[in-house]
Design a protein around this ligand. Structure first.
Ligand code: MD3
Ligand code: FE
Length: 266
């Protein structure tokens, strides 16, 4: 992914391709893929307010898919029942490929700690961002993607209309309190017609979601423990980020938030 600079540029410089192919399979069981943002639900108006993320996350059961933007669907609490198995699988990966703070090409240490599983992993250093078959820290191939993770990703993609999602990369992000991800696009994957699936676990976070241009207006969407999101079609290249995670305690993850993103990278 081509992460944006940690300090936003003064002028708009990034513009996505003029046309992004629409998703090839229309989402089933959800609003039309061109649903307007107003079909997004019950996020409270965030401008000027101090959202209580824990209150936003109160419904502790899976809910109907919400159209977030063209091609983007939130799957509320999709992974709730599978969360313990997902965390088990993730911790197995982290025992082989420990979390680390990458350095950006600009020389800044990322506040989010990362690792990967699957054939390819997202890495960053002073030379740039890339997908790599090896973990630069251990020199070994990334651990295999645990079946529980792969299956959840495929179930999420299917729920948003993508029938044969076969990710070859899973990026593991760990947010300690204060960690954040500045506005960026994910565009280092080879086939941008393939969606990205994300699963959030543990502490809640406020996700920031913009548009094709860095200067487009943004909206805030709380992401809760167990939430799945699928980003495809026109929204695949939309700018997005995560506000600083607030301190808290989650019964399964303790004082941190994890986010898993599943990608077809190679
Ligand atoms: C929208 N991670 O790893 S997941 C990332 O919560 C990343 O850790 C965030 O952004 C996190 O690159 C957000 C949601 C997400 C992932 C990929 C996207 C949203 C996206 C790609 C395109 C558009
Ligand atoms: Fe991203």
């Amino acid at each position: 992914m081509a992460r944006g600079p940690l300090v936003a540029p003064l002028a708009e410089s990034l513009v996505s391709p003029a046309s992004v192919p629409p998703v090839s399979v229309p989402p089933v069981g959800v609003s039309p893929s061109n649903a307007s943002p107003s079909s997004v639900s019950p996020t409270r108006p965030s401008a000027g307010s101090t959202p209580d993320l824990f209150a936003d996350c109160a419904p502790a059961a899976p809910g109907a898919p919400l159209a977030l933007a063209p091609g983007a669907f939130v799957l509320p609490r999709l992974a709730l029942a599978d969360a313990p198995a997902l965390l088990d699988g993730m911790h197995g990966v982290l025992a082989q490929a420990p979390l680390r703070h990458w350095v950006t090409p600009g020389g800044l240490r990322m506040s989010v700690a990362m690792s990967n599983c699957g054939a390819l992993g997202w890495v960053s250093d002073r030379t740039g961002y890339r997908y790599d078959a090896r973990d630069p820290v251990t020199g070994r191939a990334w651990p295999q993607m645990p079946p529980a993770l792969r299956e959840l990703a495929s179930r999420a993609a299917a729920a948003a209309g993508y029938a044969d999602f076969r990710p070859d990369a899973c990026l593991i992000n760990r947010y300690e309190p204060g960690a954040r991800l500045s506005l960026h696009q994910d565009r280092d994957e080879r086939d941008l017609d393939q969606p990205i699936v994300s699963v959030s676990l543990g502490l809640p976070a406020m996700f920031v979601f913009g548009g094709a241009r860095r200067s487009d207006p943004t909206r805030r969407v709380p992401l809760c423990h167990g939430d799945g999101v699928v980003w495809g079609g026109p929204s695949r290249l939309f700018h997005h980020g995560v506000l600083a995670v607030k301190a808290g305690e989650h019964e399964l993850t303790g004082a941190v938030r994890f986010n898993l993103t599943f990608r077809v990278a190679g």
